[in-house]
Each structure stands twice: as C-alpha cells, then as structure tokens.
Design a binder for this molecule. Sequence first.
Ligand code: SF4
Length: 290
Amino acid sequence: MRYEGPLYRPPSEHNAYILQATIGCSHNLCTYCDMYRSKAFRVRPLEESLEDLKMAAARYGNRVEKVFVADGDALILDTDHWLELLGAAREHFPGLRRVSCYAMASNVLEKSDEELRALAKAGLTQLYIGPESGDGPTLKRLVKGATYDDHVEAARRAQAAGMKISVIVLLGAGGTARSQEHAQETARLITDMDPQFLAALTLTVIPDTPMARMQDKGLFELPDIYGLLGELRTIVDVCRPTEALFRTNHASNHLPIGGRLPQDRQRILEVIDAALDGRIPLRPEHFRGL
Ligand code: SF4
C-alpha cells in the first residue's frame, strides 16, 4: 500500500492489487526504456511487503482476485522470499486467482526447475516477458541482456513448471534499418516461445534515453506509421503459436486490435490491411501514450 513511484503494470492487470516488492529494475540498461531510470534497484525488506499485504487485506480483502508484483523484474527475488509473499497473499485474499509479475529471461533461467515448480504451485502462475524482438542484432542494440535462445529456453522452462507466459514485442524496435528482419525474427521467436498471451507495443523514443541519443546522431530511425503497421502485419501473418490471446490495446499503439491466434488470424490481417489502406482510422497521435 506504500508505493515508490513511478509504478507500471501491464494493461491486463488493471484490476490487480499491486504489491511493490522490489523497487526499480535490476537490469535497467535497455536502451529504449526509462521506466525505472530514476530508481536504484533494491529489494524491499520482506517485512515491509508483508505489512503492505496486510494493509491491502484490511482495505480490499475479499475483492482481490489478482496480485501483480512490481517493479520491472520482480522474479529476481529469491525463491524463499517469493514463497513467503505468495503464502501471505493466499492467506489474506481468499478470492485470489493468480499472482503475476514482469520477468526477464535471465530471472527464469537463474531458477531451478524445482524452484519454478514451487513458485507456480504457490500461486505465481503468470509471467510477463518482453523480448521485444527476435532479431539478434536488434536484441543486442536494445541491450536486452538475453538472446533469442535464452528467451525460448526461459519460456519452455516456465511453462513446463506450470506458468502461463505473456510475451511482449515492440514494433519499431529494429528501426528502419532492420524492420523486416525484426518482424520476421520476432514472429519466429513467438512461435518458438509459444505463449498463451501475446502483446505488441509500439516503440516511443523517449528523450534522454540511449535510444534517443542514437536517434539524434542519425544511428536509429523509427519506421513511420505504415512501416510499423507493416511489421505488425508480418508478425501476425508469420507467427504460429498453438493458441494465444493477442492484443495491441496498449496506449502506445496506433491500431488497437485483438483476437485469438491462430483462429482469428485472417480477421486481424483484414483489419490491419484496412488500416494500411486508410479505410479505418488510426488512434490520433495525441491519444497515444507510453
Ligand atoms: S528489463 Fe524491462 S524494466 Fe528493465 S530496463 Fe529493460 S525494459 Fe526497462
């Protein structure tokens, strides 16, 4: 109940109670991201987080069905720390259905299969993982701290442990220079990670980030709206997840769409084509957000 801002959560966690068990991001190096640049990473003392859960229970109790554990890569917490939090969450919120958090591939890979299974069994059943791109040079440029194969392995191990994964990709992440490769390789990575949930966001170049400095020097150029929609089209057309709920409802996107892949692929492609042809309106620039 006590927060150190700024605070972020995925759109689908809008109705979750947010427990801020870590402050900032342990990586904090991705060139496009300024979410936690103002915060030095630290783990909040367990007692503080347990107190917060107690306060939330007193205020919301039965109404809490979802808990999102912040900030940027909360899976980095030690497994024992997590198990304490998950036990307290179950105790305080009788209607709890799921606990989720953002995770880097490295957070997953640093845990053993046994630890991942214990966490899933205790209620941590959904991870939001943002490789942003499947293109090797783009991943390096973004300083994601993990490779294509790391992301595939992290997804495989998390799902084998009983967790669902939500994969986040970033339109425009390869710039104009690697737009095609970014879209094709991202589609391939989605197929290989085979997530239950898939979200596409659109890159916004934020002032004072390394990405903005690259842009200022002419080393990075964001594709225009039609280039970004073209990437989205390629990703939807080429990726082959077994069954994923797909969304572009994040405020950063020009075209909010959704559906199930593969079932709704054709319908989604038709909407993107209509947007590319100017037959349906795009979200006005001033309504877009980060
Ligand atoms: S891992 Fe996530 S929160 Fe951390 S710097 Fe990268 S994008 Fe930002």
